[in-house]
Design a protein around this ligand. Structure first.
Ligand code: PHE
Length: 289
């Protein structure tokens, strides 16, 4: 739910006016529950020591263990009690304004389907494993919960100002592919990373990608790719720090960004705080794992 692209103009048949559909948890098959368990168990071998504390805490708080696809009727009361967020199902990518309206009201939209057993490693559309395992644990963190709500409100404003491509980059490089500095070292908080076995390792350990300090305007200028591992990751100091810089009024930021050219993905600027100046070897050999 992050590309701000959509196929339908109107909610498809069976969806409500806000585009939500029932999760229909009892309709999932054994094979689908097993797919969740396989993906979950695989990530749990990889993520301790790699995912940030807030993520690991969120997994525990929601008890998203290997008991099959989570039932929203069970996780929503827990999530709501913690931060006021809930998770709702939608049939696929939804229009920007629908997505932002849900976020602004602390509702996270999730795909209802789960990937097929032969797509465990890669799929481009977000399924329930990506959306729930990847995104929902972070929503148990009060600062991150506030950031996501503010993002929804900011999206409505950016849309009216024609600045969505810039705001989409912020989402991409934080919510989906963000890294964070912690006492023990750099850790993952981005949902696109934590839901991927291969990128969880690549993002932290591979010498190819750049790892740069997060800078709001720099990030909002940086192009990204949606079809392969990232060539650059941005590292925030903390969730609080991310919240503080994004809660400022973006009016002046947008004014400066209007005339600015987009930055190529792999560039390292003299002003960047460099954690890793990547070799870009992975992308140079054509990527795709
Ligand atoms: N502060 C932003 C604005 O004024 C809104 C925003 C908050 C955007 C948090 C993203 C994340 O538009």
């Amino acid at each position: 739910m992050s590309d701000f692209e959509h196929v339908f103009e109107q909610p498809p048949e069976g969806a409500a006016a806000d585009w939500t559909i029932p999760q229909n948890w009892s309709g999932y098959t054994e094979v689908e529950h097993q797919t969740w368990n396989t993906l979950y168990e695989r990530q749990m071998k990889i993520l301790p020591g790699r995912a940030c504390e807030a993520f690991m805490r969120g997994l525990d708080a929601l008890d998203l263990n290997a008991g099959g696809i989570p039932d929203f009727e069970i996780i929503n009361p827990k999530l709501q009690a913690l931060t006021g967020w809930t998770v709702v199902c939608v049939p696929g990518l939804v229009p920007d304004e629908v997505f932002f309206d849900h976020l602004a009201n602390r509702r996270f939209v999730s795909g209802q389907f789960i990937r097929k057993p032969d797509q465990l490693d890669y799929l481009q559309e977000p399924d329930i494993f990506h959306d729930v395992f990847g995104h929902v644990p972070m929503l148990t963190d009060p600062a991150f919960a506030a950031y996501m709500e503010a993002y929804g409100k900011g999206g409505q404003r950016a849309a009216s100002l024609g600045m969505l491509p810039n705001l989409a980059r912020l989402y991409w490089y934080t919510v989906e592919f963000g890294l964070m500095q912690e006492a023990g070292g750099v850790r993952i908080y981005g949902a696109g990373i934590v839901s991927s076995a291969t990128e969880s390792v690549f993002s932290l350990e591979d010498p190819s990608p750049n790892r740069l300090g997060f800078d709001l305007e720099r990030v909002m200028k940086t192009l990204y790719r949606i079809d392969d591992f990232q060539q650059v990751y941005f590292v925030i100091d903390s969730i609080e720090a991310l919240k503080t810089v994004t809660l400022q009024d973006f009016g002046p930021v947008y004014e400066r960004l209007k005339g600015a050219e987009a930055l190529p993905i792999e560039v390292v600027l003299p002003t960047d705080k460099v954690f890793t100046h990547g070799t870009q070897a992975y992308a140079a050999k054509g990527g795709r794992f």
